[in-house]
Design a protein around this ligand. Sequence first.
Ligand SMILES: Cc1cc2nc3c(=O)[nH]c(=O)nc-3n(C[C@H](O)[C@H](O)[C@H](O)COP(=O)(O)O)c2cc1C
Length: 182
Amino acid sequence: MEYRNDTLKTIHERFSCRSFLSEKIRSDDLAAILQAGLKSPSSENRQFWRIIAVEDQALLDEIEQESLLNFSRYIGRPSQDSTIFYKAPCVIFIPVCSGRVISADLDCGIVAQTICLAASSLQIGNVIVGMSKFAFDGNKKEYFSRKLRFPEGFEYGISIAIGYPKSFRAQHKSDPDKAWTI
Ligand SMILES: Cc1cc2nc3c(=O)[nH]c(=O)nc-3n(C[C@H](O)[C@H](O)[C@H](O)COP(=O)(O)O)c2cc1C
């Protein structure tokens, strides 16, 4: 398919990647993704978010295990998946200071999408992982917040697993009935 420019091509080709190579993300690629995230718009430009890239696999495993444990505790059944980060070599966490601004969650989502599109533009696989919230809802909330160095007053917002993709696939099919012009 022909796209009118590279930005539109990236938007149309982005997909949630759930299969990653173990290879670490090149530092210039990671820096470009983080810098793009920092360019996100936010309500009154308050930037009540932080962007934290975690490559420490032992820590990611701990967060993953705690998420799966709390998922089964709160939802009452085990998760169908045995992984939430899909063995990605890096997970980006975006904590927010929700007490200070009512649009914190919205601002956080905008950062997440900026990061996903920046990663996709570099052919780096990415998937937003809301499941990791379960790790920050239980007994280990303070422990993980400290480990990730969340500033005072900041709480888990969302996470994004990124890595070079093992395989590519199409994103969801768009439904033209869900957008209109008046
Ligand atoms: C807020 C949010 C949370 C999500 N959490 C997860 C998740 O925990 N695990 C997962 O595999 N995908 C997660 N996704 C990805 C969606 O499943 C995915 O975007 C959707 O199925 C559409 O597929 P596409 O992104 O490939 O177009 C999440 C997406 C959003 C926006």
